[in-house]
Design a protein around this ligand. Structure first.
Ligand code: IPD
Ligand code: CA
Ligand code: CA
Length: 260
């Protein structure tokens, strides 16, 4: 195989890891706590080990940034950013809203992305410069211009009870300015739903690179403006925060967050 992966390789990986999530869904889970409410199951680990092993077999020099094992691999321009199960709390409770998220980045820029929802058999994917798709269908963000007619989505950090930037004030504020704000529990799918035009705008204050690297590219390639919370283009480097929407709505969400 050449040194660079294809989108089909990334999609195939996400689909096969998704099968691990699907097959273990509502089966006996071994739950461990990483924080007060931040949990991890054996399925997160199984999915992550599978993805990393497959990549290692095909691309021996590549590096990894993965939620459960952190940074690994040598010095390389090729980096894989992996969330083996985004929506773990949903998964552990039997709520069918979660996914696998895999991004391939070269020289610091995400090039390929696949986010797979195994419960709906939905494959969201993108290659930089070539658009985004859902099960081969081209994706386009909604062109809504007014917050009042927009359905938004957000999330809250696992340490929400202990940190001041817990997003509760923004939730109230944007809740009053829009048609509503959902909390679905998977940052990657939240962004893919922006790409698919199912939701109009998404923001979150403290996410991690593996939550948003793949789906951020998918949203961008579907025409969304995606930035961090201070409006800068880099929403993957720490500290990671994010706003995604069409350009008009992005400006309105940005203003609301800036003035809180
Ligand atoms: C979480 C989900 C959630 C978001 C959190 C993430 P996990 O990821 O994406 O929607 O609000 O910030 O940590 O723990 O399910 O992989
Ligand atoms: Ca995650
Ligand atoms: Ca995860």
């Amino acid at each position: 195989m050449t040194n660079k992966p294809t989108l089909q390789f990334v999609e195939d990986l996400a689909r096969r890891a998704g099968k691990i999530l699907y097959d273990n869904y509502e089966q006996d889970l071994v739950i461990k706590y990483k924080g007060e409410i931040d949990l991890v199951t054996q399925v997160d680990h199984e999915s992550e080990n599978f993805i990393i092993n497959e990549i290692n077999q095909n691309f021996t020099e590549h590096k990894f940034l993965a939620e459960e094992s952190g940074e690994s691999g040598g010095i390389s321009d090729h980096l894989w950013i992996i969330d083996p199960l985004d929506g773990t709390v949903n998964y552990a409770h039997g709520v069918p809203f979660f996914c696998v998220s895999i991004a391939y980045s070269h020289k610091g820029e995400v090039q390929l992305a696949a986010v797979f929802d195994p419960m709906r058999n939905e494959m969201f994917s993108a290659e930089r410069g070539s658009g985004a798709s859902l099960n081969q269908k081209i994706l386009k963000v909604k062109q809504s211009e007014k917050l009042k007619q927009s359905l938004l989505v957000t999330g809250f950090p696992y340490d929400a009870w202990h940190t001041k930037s817990n997003n509760f004030d923004n939730y109230e504020k944007l809740g009053k300015l829009s048609q509503g704000v959902r909390r679905l529990g998977s940052a990657a799918l939240d962004l893919c739903y922006i790409a698919a035009g199912r939701l109009d705008g998404y923001w979150e204050l403290s996410v991690k690179a593996w939550d948003v690297a793949a789906a951020g590219l998918i949203a961008e390639e579907a025409g969304a403006k995606v930035t961090n919370i201070i409006g800068a283009k880099n929403y993957v480097d720490t500290p990671v925060s994010i706003i995604a929407a069409n350009e008009t709505l992005h400006a309105q969400i940005f203003d609301a967050l800036s003035n809180s």
